[in-house]
Design a protein around this ligand. Structure first.
Ligand code: SAM
Length: 216
C-alpha cells in the first residue's frame, strides 16, 4: 500500500523533473472518465520508458498491455522518423480509448493497437523488435518473455513491469494468481537467455519494481 510520503515525493518529481504534457494528462484523465482501472505505469516510469527507447535507439517497439495508451504515448514519442510501435490489448474498449489518445497526441500513424489476447496476436507479428515492454496479465509473463526472444534479436531491450508486486515474490502464496508467474518470469530473466536486473520502486502504485533485460 502506497505511503503518503511516497505519493508526495512522486508528485513533486513528476512536476519538477518529468513534466508530463497535455497528451500524457489526457491518457490518464480519459482512463478515469471511461471507468478503466488506474493501473498504468507512474509518470516517472513512463518517462523512464521513453528515455530507454531513446537511449537504445529502438526503431521497432512492441508493447504487451495497452490500457489507455499512457505508456504507449511516452514510448512512441521517442521513436525516430520511420519508427513503429505495435501495442497489444485484450479489451476492445481499452484499445478504442488508446487509439483516441494516440491520435490526439499525433502518434496515430506510428502506432498499431492490436485487439485480442496477446498470445493470439504475437504469432502474427514479424520481428525483429528492438524494444519490448511487458505489462499485461502477469500469468503469461514467461510466455511473453519467450515471445520477446522469438521476435527479438541479441541486444533487444526487454522491460517487465510489476516485478516486485509488494514483495510477494518472497512469499508467492500471498497472491496465488500472479506471484508464482512473476517469480517464474524472474527466474527466466536470471537464466542464460537474458542479462537482467530488477529495480524496486515505491510511489503511487505502492511497492513494486521493474525488470530491465537484454536478450543475449
Ligand atoms: N502499459 C499500460 C500503461 O502503463 O499505460 C498499462 C497496461 S495495464 C497494466 C494491463 C492491460 O493489459 C489492460 O488493459 C488489460 O486489459 C490488458 N490485458 C490483460 N490480459 C491481456 C492479454 N491476455 N492480452 C492482451 N492484453 C491483455
Amino acid at each position: 500500500v502506497a505511503q503518503p510520503e511516497w505519493i508526495d515525493v512522486e508528485r513533486w518529481l513528476t512536476h519538477t523533473v518529468v513534466r508530463p504534457g497535455p497528451e500524457h494528462e489526457r491518457a490518464l484523465s480519459t482512463a478515469v472518465e471511461r471507468g478503466m482501472p488506474p493501473i498504468e505505469v507512474q509518470p516517472t516510469s513512463g518517462k523512464l520508458l521513453q528515455l530507454l527507447v531513446r537511449i537504445s535507439g529502438a526503431r521497432r517497439v512492441l508493447e504487451i498491455g495497452t490500457l489507455a495508451g499512457f505508456s504507449t504515448v511516452w514510448m512512441a514519442q521517442a521513436l525516430p522518423e520511420g519508427g513503429h510501435l505495435d501495442t497489444l490489448e485484450y479489451l476492445p474498449e481499452h484499445a478504442e480509448v488508446a487509439r483516441e489518445n494516440l491520435a490526439a497526441a499525433g502518434l496515430g500513424d506510428r502506432v498499431d493497437v492490436h485487439v485480442g489476447p496477446a498470445l493470439a496476436t504475437l504469432p502474427t507479428l514479424e520481428g525483429p523488435y528492438d524494444f519490448v515492454f511487458i505489462d499485461a496479465d502477469k500469468q503469461n509473463n514467461s510466455a511473453y518473455l519467450e515471445w520477446a526472444v522469438r521476435l527479438g534479436r541479441p541486444g533487444t531491450v526487454v522491460v517487465v513491469d510489476n516485478a516486485v508486486w509488494e514483495g510477494s515474490l518472497l512469499d508467492p502464496a500471498r497472491d496465488e494468481t500472479n506471484a508464482p508467474s512473476i517469480v517464474a518470469a524472474l527466474e527466466l530473466l536470471g537464466g542464460p537467455t537474458f542479462d537482467a536486473t530488477v529495480i524496486q520502486t515505491v510511489g503511487s502504485k505502492g511497492w513494486d519494481g521493474f525488470a530491465l533485460a537484454l536478450v543475449r
